[in-house]
Design a protein around this ligand. Structure first.
Ligand SMILES: [Zn+2]
Length: 60
């Protein structure tokens, strides 16, 4: 049993918000966590981030 915060694929509108950099850090983290274990979302997220003029990045 996993502890995936999003057992099902996130809503397309959430990806839209990520693309517009309007998602909260919590939402972005949840999507990234889900995408880490979901090939479909991982691929979608990769394409999404690649098309962003300024891809959101984690600050260190
Ligand atoms: Zn998914």
């Amino acid at each position: 049993m996993t502890t995936d915060p999003i057992p099902t694929c996130p809503a397309p509108e959430l990806f839209d918000r990520l693309a517009a950099s309007r998602a909260t850090a919590e939402e972005r983290g949840a999507v990234l966590d889900h995408a880490a274990g979901c090939d479909a979302c991982h691929a979608a997220l990769t394409v999404l981030l690649a098309t962003l003029p300024t891809a959101p990045r984690e600050r260190s």
